[in-house]
Every structure is written in C-alpha cells, then in structure tokens.
Design a protein around this ligand. Sequence first.
Ligand code: ZN
Length: 286
Amino acid sequence: MKKVSMLVVLSLVALCAGAETNVLHVSLKELELFKRGPFRDQMIVDAAKVAVQSKDPEAIAIADFVRAHSALGLIHSNSFKLVEDATTNTLFALLPILPEDLADLFRIPVMRSMTNYSGEYMPAYKVAAVRADIHLSPFGQGMLVLHEGKHAYLHLIEHHACRDLDDVDRDEVEVRTFDCRVYQKIGGPAYEQIVARQMDSINQSLAAIHEKIGDVFPESLDYDPAIDSIFGKPASKRDASMRCTGIYVDVIFRLLERAYTGEALAKQKITFIRSAYEPATRTFLK
Ligand SMILES: [Zn+2]
C-alpha cells in the first residue's frame, strides 16, 4: 500500500517537472496568493479598523496607502519578489511571514533581523515583512501594519534617505511618534491615566538614584492590566509585550519632552530608540 502511494507521488512530481515553464509559474503564483493572500487581506482590514477607530487623519491616510500601494510579496531564492503585478512605482511588497518561512528567516541574511522583530520595512527591497506566525489581536495586527506602512510611506512618498543607522533611527522616532498618537487617540482619558502612572513611577525611580532621564533610560514597566480594557485582550504574550513597548515609548518620549528641547530632545529620542533596539549597549535602571 505504501509502495503504491509512493509511486503516485513520484509520477505527480514527474508530471510537474515536465510541465511548461509558464504553466508552472502561474501555479506557483496562484499557490502564493492562496497561501499568503488571506493573511495580507486581513492585515489591510485590521490596519483600516485601527485607523478608523483612532479617527486620526494620518492613520487613515497610511491605512489607505497600504491598501493602494502594496502588493503581495513572496520569498524567492535569497531575496523577495512580488506575486502581483506592480501598478505604480511607489509600490511595496507586503510579505506575511508564515510558520513554514521560519527556516528561511535564518537562511537568508537580509531576513535574519526578522527572527527578533514582529515586522520590518526593508527600503533596499521595498518590502514590509510582517510576522503572520505570531498570534496578534486585531488591534496588535493593525498597529503593526500601520507602523510598517508608515515606514514605507516615509521612504516611497516622502523620499526619506535610509542610508545609515542615523537615518533609520530618525525614521523610527517619527514612526513611533505616529504610533503614540494612535494609542492616545484610541485610548483617550483611560490611556492617559496609565501613562501618567508609569511616568510617576519612573520619576520616583530616577529621583531615588539621583539620575536624570536621558542620562539613564529605565526598563519598561510591568504590564498594566488596565491596558486590556482599552485595547482588548492580547492574543499572546508577544501581543501584550508589543503594546507594552508601544506605551513605554510614549512614556519615555513624554519624559524626554519635559526635560529637553530642540536639537537636544531630537538627539535624546534617537539615543533612546537606538538603545531600546540594541539592549546590549544600553544603560538600564536596576
Ligand atoms: Zn519601525
């Protein structure tokens, strides 16, 4: 019985190998659309829902930009490729990373950072890779897509240079500032109370060790359960940790805004973002 099924599989492989090249291409494309398409579609819907909920005009514009300027991407050889035809030169690939892609993340050098991140926009490839293998709530998924969409917008529409770490970190500060505003608009007064509690707690810790924000950056605070009543239950630990980080960035940015102005403030935000993304180089409060 086993031998018979093996023969069937072998003959199917032989049939595929003998198929004309263009026929095989079409079927691969269809397979990718079938496999990744629903994840991409859901991502666009979740981003739009979060944007509409926030009533923030820029968030709505970014959700619309993602819908109109993205095409489904796939991992091809050691790089990326669009599944769908490009309709505009400001098009980027939205690439949902599926569980079966995880080996590729370790194999392909440009994808390795994705093993740590939930999403990343790669300007050199015009690809926004978003981890679809992580369980996220619709809010978490929507925020993640808006975040990567804003990166794509800065690069493709506002022509931001993405040459070095300074450029990348400056963009990250801008995108995080955008995220914070969406959190604030959705969260309203209840969110402001959480932020105020966290700011107080950090100020007390800093005062206790006679330090100033910017000379040291505190570790993110514990998850405040009140967050769930604003943004809904997180779907996983990673989902909870992502929104916790988002709020933490808002708290630190506000503390920095109280302590610094102008160029010094801009530099402090970049230093903070850089240290948050490279914890080994960071000074933490214990
Ligand atoms: Zn980012």
